[in-house]
Design a protein around this ligand. Structure first.
Ligand code: SAM
Length: 225
């Protein structure tokens, strides 16, 4: 599968190749038990989960990363495999998925990776608030809602990185929310992944987020900023 990564200008070393193999095995082994992904064919998992998660990985700054709504570990665990310099926290609301994430971390002997079982709205009010250099999220919510979940975790000067399909309207729709939450859109990178259009939005945190965000009680989704 190394050649597949190379098609997207991602070079794997032997160790990284082995870690992705092991991750794939665990994903398939536990998928029915933990309901992790509808995609199971090996090539598809590599493209739609592994490679999708690491597009643009070299551009990430160093430091502490938190991933919101990690599910089966995407994008945080592939990022960790490629960027062992990052310390990674995976925040996931569903306990069973957290069990799987811990199984992968142990199975792959990843150091500097940990799992928090909780919701973004609640955890953003703990000492995790404004304590990360990077916050990532993929397939969790529309960008306006996601910004309210994610930006509170980012230190001023850090970045929120959203992995999205190429839907331009979401960007426009989220502009106001991003500004209210102390962010500024810094770049939008477009990728083609086989037939799919992918977009990585990088939002720089330019000022501290007001303590009243995230609002909680489902307000982020019911009444987006
Ligand atoms: N990020 C993974 C991916 O790209 O494959 C999983 C995507 S899955 C569709 C969304 C995940 O986000 C689910 O596992 C769900 O439990 C979690 N989630 C949704 N809202 C959340 C919240 N407010 N806080 C923490 N996790 C949340």
């Amino acid at each position: 599968m190394r050649e597949l990564f190379e098609k997207y200008n991602i070079n794997l070393n032997f160790e990284q190749e082995k870690l992705f193999e092991k991750y794939y095995e665990l994903l398939i082994k536990y998928n029915s038990m933990f309901n992790l992904t509808a995609i199971t064919e090996k090539r598809d998992v590599y493209i739609k989960h592994f490679i999708d998660s690491v597009l643009g990985v070299d551009k990430l700054i160093s430091g502490k990363l938190i991933d919101i709504g990690s599910g089966g570990g995407f994008p945080a665990l592939p990022i960790k495999i490629m960027r062992n310099d990052l310390s990674v926290t995976l925040l996931e609301a569903t306990g069973k998925k957290c069990e799987f994430l811990n199984t992968v971390i142990k199975g792959l002997s990843l150091k500097g990776a940990s799992v928090v079982n909780g919701r973004a709205e609640t955890e953003a009010k703990t000492n995790l608030r404004e304590s990360f250099d990077i916050c990532t999220a993929r397939a969790v919510a529309r960008l306006n809602v996601l910004s309210e979940y994610c930006l509170p975790f980012v230190k001023t000067g850090g970045v929120f990185v959203a992995y999205k399909g190429g839907i331009e309207e979401e960007l426009k729709e989220a502009e106001r929310a991003i500004e209210i939450l102390g962010g500024k859109i810094e770049s939008v990178d477009y990728y083609s992944l086989e037939d799919a259009k992918r977009m990585i939005i990088t939002v720089r945190k330019v000022k501290s987020t007001d303590k009243k965000y995230p609002r909680g009680n489902g307000k982020e989704r019911k009444n987006p900023l």
